[in-house]
Design a binder for this molecule. Sequence first.
Ligand code: PHE
Length: 345
Amino acid sequence: MKREDIERIAALIGDLKCKTQKEVEEARVRLLGKKGEITALFDEFRTVDKAQKAEFGKALNELKQKAASKIEELKGAIVDTGGSDAPKMDLSMPGDPLELGSRHPVSIVRQEIVDIFHKFGYDVAEGPEIEDDYHVFEALNFPPNHPARDMQDTFFVSAGHLNPILLRTHTSSVQVRTMEKMDVPIRVICPGRVFRNEAISARAHCIFHQVEGLYIDENVTFADLKQAILLFAREIFGPDTQIRMRPSYFPFTEPSAEVDVSCNICHGKGCNICKGTGWLEILGCGMVDPNVLEASGIDSKRYSGFAFGMGLERIAMLKWRVNDLRHYFENDMRFLREFSTAPEV
Ligand code: PHE
């Protein structure tokens, strides 16, 4: 082994210049690869005299170190993707823009309804989606096996005992929990997800959203209910909106009514959305049945109240003239983008 060989390679390393990562790799192979020049010197080192081993060993190790750090340095300094004809990176180019999401139409409508009732002095109450039979049915005046339970096809989580666990079919269960917890007067709205075992179609889904409301105080009358619904309908569908009430039945309210608003598309003349009637159904409501008040420990001789409930998808469909409920669940970006600047009706 000659000292000049080591010096020659050291000088070569010092002068080493590379333009591409490919050239760096070639230099590494030439110096440190299996058949590289430095590797060859290490092989030769075995035949060096014992007396010179310490000196050459040190020099060789330093040489190897120098080569390795030079290769690393060159690698870090070159910005390309390896091949000489690879496209050069333009660091001044703008990055990929991040697309901003927008709120889901059902969330927009929910917030709007919450804001309207907030102005009327209502608080928001929430409760569990997985409920027991007591809060969804029994406390709301549906006795066990009462045929009224057929109105709502229920998903049971565990049946077969006295108080089955189920997915709530309406957010009236939150009203029951509120009456149990809060003192009268009560003024709450309960937005939330509900579940019914229904076949999915343009007009029905097994998961949807409701907002229900409850108002209990002394001397609350049907006239208060009517006024609250009228003000709400005008806030959400526009100041010219008319309402009409049709007698209906719910186990938890007496008397009960269904509410229609004047069709905001044909303005009462009759079109295919309102099926020629000029009216669109938007919610169910009524005076809270005294049995319901008593079940939750409220004195029905002293207090009275009203309740109402509506489906958010339905309100959103009417507001934005969406003709198929399934659009709300499919997350098609073309549909969702339409609401990034939701038009006012
Ligand atoms: N809970 C009823 C439903 O889900 C709606 C409703 C609420 C009706 C309050 C009357 C009073 O269909």
